[in-house]
Design a protein around this ligand. Structure first.
Ligand SMILES: *[C@@H]1O[C@H](CO)[C@@H](O)[C@H](O)[C@H]1NC(C)=O
Ligand SMILES: *[C@@H]1O[C@H](CO)[C@@H](O)[C@H](O)[C@H]1NC(C)=O
Ligand SMILES: *[C@@H]1O[C@H](CO)[C@@H](O)[C@H](O)[C@H]1NC(C)=O
Ligand SMILES: *[C@@H]1O[C@H](CO)[C@@H](O)[C@H](O)[C@H]1NC(C)=O
Ligand SMILES: *[C@@H]1O[C@H](CO)[C@@H](O)[C@H](O)[C@H]1NC(C)=O
Ligand SMILES: *[C@@H]1O[C@H](CO)[C@@H](O)[C@H](O)[C@H]1NC(C)=O
Ligand SMILES: *[C@@H]1O[C@H](CO)[C@@H](O)[C@H](O)[C@H]1NC(C)=O
Ligand SMILES: *[C@@H]1O[C@H](CO)[C@@H](O)[C@H](O)[C@H]1NC(C)=O
Length: 385
């Protein structure tokens, strides 16, 4: 019998595979697999397991390919013996065995998620990373009120952001990166208690809502989506909780708000491949836990503040492909530095001089009170002849 008594402990959160570097992995790393615990002697028959049997029968019907034969033993009423299924005593009744977790990571299974998955009412963990599941996420999952960790990454799921995720009171870890989701991100998601939020590499198109800064997540990875709009001016509101913020390739058009420097728990800040303008705020020099700062591929200019390069934990500083003009000495001492394709004439691999002169003749960028790029006044009307 495969059982898992520790599944309901909040300690699970400590094992989450948080990104520690700004490089997004080409494929998501496997989430930790639950460890089987010593066998326990509970009856293999009860109404919850009977419901679970219905759920797995329904699931088998919508699995169309299972190249590794993972579901070959998904037969018979004792679902706790199925590969990938983990049972544990029910949290509300230690004398009843129930399905607590499903871990089918990396099996290349093709299929959908059935409506009847909602019958697994005690499920805390659903790991389906790296398969070929497609279709939408059934709204019936709102019944899974104990769900704590959902990893659907690297599949072919589509449709809008599943609103059902907003109704799961215990949800802490939500990973839907590398799928085909599209449309808006409902702003309410930033008012939930989700702690790790990975939506990168989908087809979402949205802008950061005003309540973005309400988020109490420690990891926010929104990269490689059709995000747009501005960085909120009051980013520092997330100071107590935010550890990693990755907004790579998100078409964000704004200045870097001064307030970002308040985020002194932040270890990774990656704003590369956006349309950021203006200069780098001195306040970044106050982010004493910062290890990785990537500002590359933007339209930033001016000088890198010396105090930023002197940050004690900084080990990877990338600001290539901007229009920086000066670079203080200490920056050259950062372990991993990429300052190429700028206008720092005494450094190698800079932009051609004409490009830099051209840039300096453009009107300087300004941001408005909201931190967005201020609209330039319309050009004067052409003269009349
Ligand atoms: C579950 O599997 C174990 C080991 O294969 C077996 O001994 C046990 O009888 C099975 N339990 C049920 C209820 O089928
Ligand atoms: C899976 O099972 C089918 C028949 O049930 C068999 O033909 C095939 O070789 C099995 N594949 C693997 C990878 O075990
Ligand atoms: C959801 O749970 C309720 C109460 O536990 C149950 O009556 C209902 O059938 C469930 N709905 C689904 C879709 O499983
Ligand atoms: C993603 O969705 C688009 C339509 O929005 C579809 O054309 C495409 O085939 C889907 N890709 C995958 C990998 O599911
Ligand atoms: C979240 O932010 C919005 C807009 O900034 C604010 O009006 C609201 O009160 C905040 N909600 C919570 C729960 O803090
Ligand atoms: C990027 O944002 C600008 C406006 O800020 C918009 O005009 C443009 O279409 C966006 N590009 C993409 C690829 O979404
Ligand atoms: C440093 O950051 C850059 C850009 O984010 C990345 O490409 C590079 O792999 C990182 N270097 C190390 C050693 O982690
Ligand atoms: C530094 O950035 C430039 C421009 O983006 C890139 O071509 C180069 O490969 C980078 N160098 C390193 C060592 O990563």
């Amino acid at each position: 019998m495969t059982a898992l008594t520790s599944l309901y402990l909040p300690l699970l959160l400590l094992s989450l595979p948080f990104l520690s570097l700004s490089q997004l992995p080409p494929l998501p790393s496997p989430s930790p697999s639950p460890l089987p615990s010593p066998s326990i002697h509970l009856s293999p028959f009860n109404s919850r397991l009977a419901d679970a049997f219905i759920a797995f029968e329904a699931w088998k019907h919508v699995i169309t390919s299972d190249p590794q034969n993972i579901t070959h033993n998904w037969c018979g009423p004792f679902v706790c013996n199925y590969t990938g299924v983990y049972c544990a005593p029910a949290p509300d009744d230690p004398y009843i065995l129930t399905v607590a977790g499903i871990d089918l990571n990396h099996h290349n299974i093709m299929g959908m998620l059935p409506y009847h998955l909602s019958l697994l009412r005690d499920l805390t963990l659903l790991h389906l990373n790296s398969n070929r599941f497609h279709g939408e996420i059934p709204a019936s999952l709102s019944n899974l009120t104990l769900l704590f960790e959902i990893d659907l990454s690297n599949n072919h799921f589509s449709g809008k952001f599943p609103l059902v995720f907003l109704s799961l009171p215990k949800l802490k870890y939500l990973d839907i990166r590398f799928n085909n989701f599209s449309g808006d991100i409902p702003s309410q998601v930033f008012d939930t208690s989700i702690d790790a939020f990975f939506i990168n590499n989908n087809k979402f198109s949205f802008s950061l809502p005003p309540n973005f800064v309400n988020s109490t997540a420690s990891v926010l990875v929104l990269a490689n989506n059709g995000l747009s709009g501005c960085l909120p001016k009051n980013l520092g509101a997330m100071k107590k909780t935010l550890n990693e913020l990755l907004l790579i390739n998100s078409n964000i058009s704004s200045c870097i708000p001064e307030d970002v420097g308040t985020l002194d728990q932040l270890t990774v800040l990656d704003l590369s491949y956006n349309n950021l303008v203006g200069t780098v705020p001195e306040s970044i020099g106050k982010m004493k836990n910062l290890q990785v700062l990537d500002l590359s591929h933007n339209t930033l200019t001016g000088e890198i503040p010396e105090i930023v390069c002197e940050l004690p934990s900084l080990k990877n500083l990338t600001y290539s492909d901007n229009y920086f003009l000066y670079e203080p000495e200490p920056c050259l001492k950062v372990k991993q530095l990429n300052d190429s394709e700028n206008c720092i004439y005494w450094r190698p691999h800079q932009r051609p001089e004409e490009e830099c002169i051209d840039f300096l003749h453009r009107p300087p960028a300004h941001c408005d009170a909201n931190g967005c790029i201020a609209q330039l006044p319309p050009p004067p009307p052409p003269p009349h002849w």
